[in-house]
Unconditional design. Structure first.
Length: 367
């Protein structure tokens, strides 16, 4: 009897062990059978450019490590595979799987894309992230990027920008007339309306262009990146605030076919990696701008100047006119613009009794 019981127990235990072994073997086969994806990501930034180029590297590394090597992303800076402004073409065609840049670079393909970067007197970085996540921005952005054959994710923010580098003082709106300025996006449209000429240049062309006189003024990103490019060497005045770009959204764009080829868990890893990278880039930009501004002022004797209130008021009025004219002929632009404005109006009411008042108090009363 005892032998029978032991035999039953052995068989039962053996059966359980065999089942576990079979399951483990099945999982091993499944893991071995899982497809490995090797992707290329092209950017609009020079390789390892502070904040932006390094942010793309962080994004790629986060995806690769979080996926356990199932989705490996190699980063190529502007010009390594394609020029900066051809990144979208390369991704949309399927030649490259994904890219990293700024939505306003693609306004020539879909006009509504530029509103995703920033609008003059628009949202702060914190408000932008909230709009994309909770205000319907992601859905609108997907609609816009689908027209370019891509999936969209926010993947960074430059933070509030400076007003730009100038070689003459800006005392009235008339001082923009005839000015040749590198300023992208919707801010550039406002400068055009003020009588200026907008020149579209990528980062690697900025210093030589202002040194040679090809442009009279430029807006790049902020102290951190401006110092890295040595723009202070060829400019007299550094103006603020960045009325045209209170927060600069960076984008990740993925070829639709490549995106749809990923299993759901890898798609989620890409999505969450983009969110993590957005925070990482924002953190780096804030810290970097703080330190770089000190260096520009104390070491390089850069002259900081504020746009006069009268100029900012005129720019605000002109911006409103320009935006309304631009969206009047494009339904998708109108949709994204109105959504942002509605969110901004609610944010203004709240910020007036929170961040704005706190920052005013901190500046006035901190000992």
């Amino acid at each position: 009897m005892k032998n029978k019981i032991n035999r039953r127990r052995f068989l039962r235990n053996y059966g359980l062990a065999a089942s576990i072994f079979a399951l483990a073997a099945h999982k091993t086969k499944t893991v071995k059978a899982e497809k490995i994806f090797n992707w290329k990501m092209v950017t609009t930034w020079p390789k390892n450019f502070p904040g932006l180029g390094t942010g793309a590297e962080i994004f790629a590394k986060t995806i690769t490590e979080s996926s356990g090597g199932r989705l490996n992303v190699a980063v190529f800076g502007a010009g390594e595979i394609v020029p900066a402004f051809e990144a979208m073409d390369a991704v949309a065609s399927g030649a490259i799987e994904m890219g990293h840049g700024g939505p306003y670079y693609w306004k020539g393909k879909v006009a509504a894309a530029q509103y995703l970067s920033a609008i003059p007197f628009g949202l702060t970085p914190q408000e932008q992230n909230s709009w994309f996540d909770k205000g319907g921005g992601q859905e609108i952005a997907d609609k816009i990027y689908s027209k370019m054959g891509c999936k969209f994710f926010v993947c960074g923010n430059t933070g509030p920008q400076m007003g730009g580098w100038f070689n003459k003082e800006i005392k009235s709106l008339k001082d923009f007339k005839g000015l040749k300025m590198r300023i992208p996006g919707l801010g550039g449209e406002v400068i055009k309306a003020a009588g200026g000429t907008v020149v579209n240049l990528h980062g690697g062309e900025l210093l030589t262009s202002i040194q040679s006189g090809a442009i009279d003024a430029l807006e790049w990103v902020g102290p951190y990146n401006d110092l890295a490019f040595g723009i202070h060497k060829a400019s007299k005045f550094y103006y603020y605030p960045g009325w045209h770009e209170p927060g600069g959204v960076l984008d990740c764009f993925i070829n639709f076919k490549s995106w749809n080829s990923l299993p759901k868990d890898l798609q989620k890893i890409v999505e969450m990696s983009a969110k993590a990278t957005t925070q990482a880039i924002t953190n780096e930009m804030i810290a970097g701008n703080n330190q770089a501004l000190e260096i520009l002022i104390k070491k390089h004797n850069v002259k900081l100047k504020s746009f006069p209130d009268s100029v900012l008021k005129e720019l605000s009025i002109l911006s409103d006119k320009v935006m309304k004219k631009l969206i009047s002929s494009d339904t998708l632009s109108k949709e994204v613009y109105n959504s942002i404005i509605n969110f901004r109006n609610l944010s203004i009411k709240r910020s007036e009794v929170s961040e704005q008042k706190f920052l005013e108090a901190r500046s006035k009363f901190l000992i």
